[in-house]
Design a protein around this ligand. Structure first.
Ligand code: SF4
Ligand code: SF4
Length: 242
């Protein structure tokens, strides 16, 4: 009679709600901070954010980023400032999607989409170049023919929510620390570490990390474009660290 008991269990399951999904046709929403395929962002005016500083390549533990900077042509600059990323390559056979490159980037040029459904048939194709990484004119990642983009995969890709209190400064806690960008990039900060209401910042509230540094970080100021410590008891930025 044991087999009847087994059939009963199977029969009950038959009428239960299905928990499997028909992947890849049906995809479950990915977590907001999912680490997927990278993008190289641009400013609202179309200028590239990458300045070719190579900090991302230096921070990458898998040694999968190759960057070469070049001087901006004065008559047709690619990025604001002196230099831009002339060559930018990521080898996705090596990348472990740790996002240390994103953390290291001073201009929020490199961030990640939520796309992980892409594959290659040879090693060369696994190396994404600038032509594939730089976002389109509308600020969205390029949808390449060998990638399987679904709704939501390209949301919130062009900005990066940094730690709620960069450098441990309480004034920055609970603030959305990224710059508004082409179509994306403005969303509430994550829940603060001590204030349970810190996440209730309106979605259209935007403050750049530069603003926070200039005006809100207690004990810090900016002199000649650099962050410096402010000496106790004075309003003028000190020389700290330079
Ligand atoms: S996510 Fe990590 S492994 Fe991938 S390129 Fe960035 S630093 Fe390197
Ligand atoms: S992506 Fe960022 S860290 Fe990497 S070279 Fe460009 S500006 Fe520098």
């Amino acid at each position: 009679m044991g087999y009847l008991k087994g059939f009963t269990i199977s029969g009950k399951q038959f009428f239960q709600k299905t928990v499997t999904t028909q992947y890849p046709e049906d995809k479950r929403p990915k977590p907001e901070r999912f680490h997927g395929r990278h993008v190289l962002n641009r400013y609202e005016d179309g200028m590239e954010k990458c300045i070719g500083c190579e900090l991302c390549a230096g921070a990458c533990p898998a040694r999968c980023i190759y960057v070469r900077g070049a001087d901006n042509p004065p008559d047709a600059p690619v990025s604001p400032g002196e230099r831009y990323g002339f060559v930018y390559e990521i080898n996705f056979l090596r990348c472990i999607h740790c996002d240390l490159c994103v953390e290291a980037c001073p201009t929020e040029a490199i961030t990640e989409s939520k796309l992980f459904e892409f594959s290659f048939t040879n090693r060369q194709d696994a190396i994404y170049t600038k032509a594939e990484l730089v976002v389109d004119d509308d600020g969205n990642p390029k949808h390449l023919p060998w990638e399987d983009w679904h709704e939501g995969d390209d949301e919130n890709t062009s900005g990066w929510v940094r730690a709620t209190a960069p450098s441990g400064v309480a004034a920055a806690e609970g603030r959305p620390l990224w710059s508004g960008e082409l179509g994306h990039g403005v969303r509430p900060a994550q829940l603060g570490q001590s204030d349970p209401l810190a996440a209730d910042v309106p979605a259209d509230f935007d403050i750049s990390i530069r603003e926070v540094k200039d005006a809100e970080m207690r004990g810090a100021g900016v002199a000649r474009g650099r962050s410096v410590r402010v000496d106790e008891g004075t309003d003028a930025p000190g020389d700290g660290g330079r």
